[in-house]
Design a protein around this ligand. Structure first.
Ligand code: HEC
Ligand code: HEC
Length: 338
């Protein structure tokens, strides 16, 4: 089997990018050939260097329903590659049809992330990746049971031994999944080509949208940098309706008053295929997202001060939309061999 292989629909979009080259012996991060536009430095913890065998083990686990209680759901059931690693639903649905409360976030370039989940309650990928296994509304399996299952599977048992020189355990399961997540990278969009110096990469309307994004529409107050996120938390009022906040968001983690109803700024890469939008999936289309910002978000006592009425013209809204669509490029994941 070849790995890093482009999954089904992805083949076309990813064909433009060059595959990863991973140095199996390197102690330092050594992914090369990443999509154009991303930082060259990808932070990796010292006790989990990126290695080909660990990444491909993590990849296999990510697409395997073995990690859910009734073996019905894999990580990839909710994080579907062709949807930018989201699921197209308003909120997630776990084992036995159990509904979650939040929208599945795009897992793109999360290796560059500072904190995880919409409220940033977890600060390392190695800790994060075990949470969905345990979560009653997601996979609902104890980590002990997950480890027992992979130990009793001959292929996994052998691959854990060859990757880590010991029996499968919770830490190594986390290392493998986290390593795979780090390889999921989106870039090489028309926007990246423009930033890279190719003035013809974007149409005039898209460039006008970019100017609005960084100017009148104020989007880059929060959606900044190569990944179009400040990795910070803001109340845009999404959770506010009928006079109250329906999800306290970051406040539950920080206890800071001003973070009531604040959520992590998501990346906008591949945003065209990650609908519906926002932490609760409450906005169905990008057109409606633009209307939401045009009216200054949802007014509430904790609204971020950067938001205000924008008074965009119809033509400006179309330009902003065209710019958001220019953030689609290619997604690469995995390694070159299995
Ligand atoms: C039932 C659907 C579902 C399954 C299965 C699932 N996830 Fe998720 N995932 C979610 C939802 C929903 C969130 C956001 C939850 C929140 O913010 O509170 C999330 C968040 C994440 C994040 C954080 C992304 C970010 O930007 O903060 C990562 C990484 C992730 N999941 C990886 C995984 C891995 C690895 C697996 C398999 C072990 C997995 N997920 C299985 C629904 C799912
Ligand atoms: C004050 C900071 C801030 C500003 C300014 C801002 N955003 Fe956001 N954006 C966020 C946060 C935070 C979220 C998630 C909010 C939530 O789910 O509660 C978000 C969500 C989004 C989403 C949904 C992405 C997804 O995956 O669900 C899109 C699209 C988006 N913003 C585009 C824009 C555009 C276009 C502008 C300018 C018109 C803009 N944003 C201005 C902080 C901001």
């Amino acid at each position: 089997m070849s790995c890093g292989r482009k999954i089904g629909v992805l083949a076309a979009v990813m064909a433009a990018g060059t595959p990863f080259a991973v140095d199996a012996t390197a102690q330092r991060p050594a992914l090369s050939g990443r999509p154009e536009g991303l930082d060259l430095y990808l932070p990796v913890p010292p006790d989990n260097p990126l290695r080909v065998d660990v990444i491909s083990l993590g990849r296999r686990l990510f697409f395997d329903p073995i990690l859910s209680r009734d073996s019905s759901l894999a990580c990839s059931s909710c994080h579907q590659p062709q949807r930018g690693f989201t699921d197209g639903r308003r909120v997630s649905v776990g084992v036995f049809g159990r509904q979650g409360t939040r929208n599945v976030p795009a897992i793109l370039n999360r290796g560059y992330g500072r904190s995880f989940f919409w409220d940033g309650r977890i600060t390392s990928l190695e800790v994060q990746v075990l949470q969905p296994i345990r979560a009653p509304n997601e996979m609902d399996l104890s980590v002990d049971e997950a480890v027992a299952r992979v130990r009793s599977d001959p292929t996994y048992s052998q691959r854990f031994r060859s990757a880590f020189s010991r029996q499968a355990n919770a830490e190594d399961l986390a290392r493998a999944l986290a390593s795979y997540i780090r390889t999921i990278q989106a870039g090489a969009s028309r926007f990246d080509r423009l930033v890279g110096g190719d003035a013809s990469a974007m149409t005039e309307v898209e460039r006008q949208g970019l100017a609005l994004f960084q100017g009148k529409a104020r989007c880059d107050r929060c959606h900044v940098g190569t990944n179009l996120t400040d990795e910070n938390f803001h109340n845009t009022g999404v959770a506010w309706s009928a006079g109250q906040l329906h999800d306290l968001g970051r406040f539950v983690v920080s206890g800071a008053e001003q973070e009531r109803g604040a959520f992590k700024t998501p990346t906008l890469r591949e945003v065209e295929r990650t609908a519906p939008y926002m932490h609760d999936g409450s906005i169905a289309t990008l057109e409606e997202v633009i209307e939401f910002y045009d009216r200054g978000g949802n007014a509430n006592p904790y609204l971020d001060p950067s938001l205000r009425q924008l008074r965009l013209t119809g033509q400006e809204k179309l330009a902003l939309l065209a710019f958001l669509r220019s953030l689609s490029g290619s997604i690469q994941e995995g390694t070159q061999r299995d």
